[in-house]
Design a protein around this ligand. Structure first.
Ligand code: ZN
Ligand code: ZN
Ligand code: ZN
Length: 143
């Protein structure tokens, strides 16, 4: 018997047109369990199964292309990702040390209206992504 969580991973992989290999399942469940956006390198370092880095990169790209994970811009050298099926939130990222916190409250509906008012050819905003960059208390006190 497969658990609900496994079933969910299987169906997401199917949706992405990917085979439910042990490697793919390991990668996807690792991303799902992660509380913060992670890079392909974080996956390679974090999983307890040996996977060819090329396999991890290919898998991550495919998951992104099919909307299973989304890419987050942390202004760091490598791309970071998180599970798409999370409650909508934003991030604040320290440009000094890379600390990340989630911003849960999003009050941008009024901004949507203002933005639509400024466009010529749009009638609807479906979603947005927005990250904030700054200094954490620790990094700020170093300056
Ligand atoms: Zn997040
Ligand atoms: Zn910091
Ligand atoms: Zn938002």
């Amino acid at each position: 018997m497969k658990s609900d969580q496994e079933n969910q991973l299987y169906s997401l992989l199917r949706k992405a047109g990917m085979k439910a290999t042990p490697g793919h399942l390991t990668i996807l469940s690792f991303i799902q369990k992660s509380k913060k956006p992670i890079s392909s390198q974080d996956i390679i370092n974090g999983i307890d199964r040996h996977l060819d880095p090329a396999t991890v990169y290919r898998c991550v790209t495919k998951l992104k292309e099919n909307g299973i994970i989304r890419q987050i811009d942390l202004r760091q050298n490598n791309a970071h990702y998180e599970f798409f099926d999370m409650a909508h939130h934003h991030h604040i990222i320290c440009t000094g040390c890379g600390r990340i916190e989630d911003i849960e409250d999003c009050n941008l509906e009024t901004v949507h209206q203002q933005i639509l008012g400024q466009t010529k050819g749009f009638t609807q905003i479906k979603h947005h992504s927005l990250e904030f960059y700054g200094l954490c208390k620790k990094c700020n006190s170093k300056n």
